[in-house]
Design a protein around this ligand. Sequence first.
Ligand code: B1H
Length: 835
Amino acid sequence: DEVLPGDPEVWKTALKAEHVDKEDTQAVANSVVRHVTTTLARQAANLDDIAAYQATALSVKDQLLKRWNETTTYHTKHAPKRVYYFSIEWLMGRSLDNAVLNLDMRNTYETATQKLGFNFEDLLNEERDAALGNGGLGRLAACYIDSMATLNLPGWGYGLRYSYGIFKQLISNTGEQLEAPDPWLDRENPWEIARIDVSYPIRFYGRVESIPNTSRAIWSGGTECLAVAYDVPVPGFATKNTANLRLWASRPIQGFDLNSFNAGNYEASVQSSSDAENITRVLYPNDNMYAGKELRLKQQYLWCSASLQDILRRYQKLDLSWEQLPDYVVIQMNDTHPTISIVELMRILIDEEEVPYDVAWKITTKVFAYTNHTVLPEALEKWPLPLFENLLPRHLQLIYQINLNFLNDVAKRFPGDMDRIRRMSIIEEGTPKFVRMAHLAIVGSFKVNGVAELHSQLLQSTIFRDFVEFKGRDSFTNVTNGITPRRWLLQCNPRLAQLITDTLGSEHWLVHLKQIAQLLPMADNAQFRAAFREIKNENKTRLAEVLASELNIQVDIDSVFTCQIKRLHEYKRQTLNIFGVILRYLQIKKATPEERKKFVKHTAIFAGKAAPGYYIAKLVIRLIVNVSKIVNNDPDVGHLLRVVFIPDYSVSVAEVLVPAADVSVQISTAGTEASGTSNMKLGLNGALLLGTVDGANIEIAEDVGEENAFLFGHLAADVDAVRYANSYNPTPLAERSPELAEVFKAIEANTFGDGHIYEPLLKPIYDNDYYLVSNDFGSYLAAERLVDELWRDQEEWTKKSIRTAFSMGDFTSDRSIQDYADSIWSIEPDPVPEN
Ligand code: B1H
């Protein structure tokens, strides 16, 4: 019923000719070949895998764009309330396999490309990861947009199009992490559409003039650049709905400064233009760590301002009053990184739209919701006030006003409680002063949530306690994280997915993950166990082949594969794991040949990046690599122990590791890991949980049953007391843990190369052991003994593995997104009708 320009018959015939049937191999081949010969201007005769991948991806993108167009058109007409997910990181990984699976066209594309002379798997491997994120936070956003599309929720993602994603990790001969750039856009990105027509001006610096007798001001001068939109279509699974991820790239407003150019100063004339391009050049490589750099604040402001201008432009087409904005728009802030958007919305409403201050504040505080991802103090964003004032002078004024009103309200509620006012202020006093972004985020949001039960409770009882007392319990809630079972089971473990589908008799479980619980009784079925174990072994074999060919390490697939795959961080305690490995090594060395036969064979697998400036984290990598060199080449060890550090961990590396793991290692100091999500990926693929009582481990263990998991370590409630004792009544390490003292002695005796280089890693553990490594080492070892005992009984092990996998139904991102939609966003599914 759309009005077509020109001759409607010509249009209709043309649109029909473009249609590709899901099962039409020839039509798919046609579309791939069209891209080979036209878009890529290549000849069929000299086509390599890279070009064949590009053409295939472009053909799939055509399919996505049709659905994307239909979704956008439909939602534009329908005008439902929409959610906008603001995340400074989007760790998407590869798109081709995911897209053809979600389109239900994998077989067709596989056959079509095969008929054109290519192996589909090889083409998949030509794709570079879109690695625009550090770790869990960025991957969470990627899972969430997959679920938003799959649940037919009207929603978009907003982020930044970094020219360089997370660095490529190289490991030197001495075991050091080296960082290389990740030029992922060097080959053209077939998954994006440049929207040169969608761009917004962004101002930095400059001066502010107040308009007398109003709350308005004029912000002018400084420098301006453009944010240009790049759209990435994100298909839902088995639905036409296709979400949009809009990423902004910075560009100069004019190519160069004409005045300097005409004055003969060529260098100056291009300077400002390259300054503009630099803003979205590179992702900041810190996980759980705040870096107070001006360029990062520029990134945040460019992203938030462009996204808001975009959202408001769309809203204005509806021709409604500003007061109705919260009925149509909700913005979920992924951590505090987009908090400046609260102030930016105020600025646009007040200064540009002439909305009175109080009205603007009322509107703003109904639009934003804030997700916190960490309680670690070093990760909380606070900007030095002078830096902030220089870059965003008008925003600082508005923050002062917001803070003044807020603190007045606090003072009314708690008269005379000056200490409370000091604690809660958005501005931290001192030299210099700081702007506390978490406080601003809470004050400007209608809902604040943590990402797992324990984490949400800790937020409310510790760092945000004052705010709970002020705003009330109802403003705070929990939404436990989740992962998409499409990527993290269907795509990465197709054989297990097939077994589930065959046994359940349908694919519904992929969108109703709870249904896999129906398979729990299969744990007691010997035939099913054999099939399940066979799949695990096949996945282990595939990993073993990669390790042999890429790292030249031979592993025994009959050994227990323990996997700790995550960013390197002291609180995540890769130390516990590697110290445990060292102890095992020392015990094997000491044992007689007869005793050695009793050891359970272990393959300890590590992967993850360290922030480039994080010295201790890098030292842990060095220790792991150097231990692996000694252990893997010691003839006394034989097959009993292997240590593997897999360089350059990424989403696509995870897709190989996750299905091959027997044990999921999740051993953070209790109270420090907000949720964790690799615990969910590994659990869903049947790895048993070896973990502390922390983050989502707690809910996972509850659902899989504690008897199917290996929990250990001090509880969050006890950590403070142990920490206090460690630093104020220190006991010698040998008393806290004789086993750990033995490990440290071996390291210091140069067993793994120069012992003294590890001193900065060991000394804090000798001294005050903030992360309780020594205090938890004993119970960690006890948990490992239980792992070994169970491994000896393969039938029992497989039972627990099956129970683990099929109890993970609650940890799908579909459930998380449904929680957000119901309890925070108040939005409904709006499926595009099938025609
Ligand atoms: C998480 C971060 C994070 N929490 C600051 N916080 C960053 C903080 O660049 N920065 O400034 C980057 C990342 N990331 C992780 O979020 C938690 O540690 C995990 O426990 C959690 O599973 C994940 C997703 O919620």
